[in-house]
Design a protein around this ligand. Sequence first.
Ligand code: BTN
Length: 246
Amino acid sequence: FGREIIYEESLTSTQTIAHQLAQEGALDGTLVICEEQTEGRGRLMREWKSQKGKGIWMSIIMRPDVAPYQAPQFTLVAAVALTYAIFDVTGVSPAIKWPNDLLINGMKCTGILTEMQADPDRVNAIIMGIGINVNHQQEDFGEEIASIATSLRISLGKEIDRAALVAKILYYMEAFSKQYVAEGFEKIKTLWEKNSCTIGNRIKATTLRETFIGKAVGITKDGVLQLLLDDGTIKEIISADIELEK
Ligand code: BTN
């Protein structure tokens, strides 16, 4: 990955540009990366703050030979790849919070946004969006997210070399996604669960319609979260915001 690189000072969103390039035939592993995004976006169309020079704002165009139902598993592949990359560069191992956040000291430092272009039975491209708060100081986070967001620099007390981290991310993303396509999901699932702060804990999951409280007991091979409810039944959660319950 990263043999083709599009690097710009400022973009609306690396995700939007990567979608356009994918439609124009960009190669597997093409990287779109910038210093600042003016319209960075997160899951559920939320805004993603992407200040100039502070973080890593990147999208990778991937062309794995998989079916559309497998695309969500790449969020889990990316989470594992990112924990390895961040650990290699900083010595700190972030915890994975289902479905797509990495936390340090319980606060979010990284978000993953997986989107795809597909025919009914085949994926044409996965656009893997990665946002990492790297060199932010505490005051760089607006009031709204100050209590839930952190950066690698805040937790380590020193600046991080962003280029070294991007190189590691490309290496592990390529290695783990190839492993997943060749060998299936089992190994990724094991690594994901091992590094997760969700599994084994009592959590509250808020979906668009309802709230469920229970113990997170695992993920399925599709990346669906399994919640053991107090009545002993298992509820499968496809998409939700989750919080730890005390
Ligand atoms: C989330 O936590 O909701 C996902 C955040 C994903 C942010 C990244 S930054 C690079 C790429 N471009 C975007 O507009 N979003 C993703």
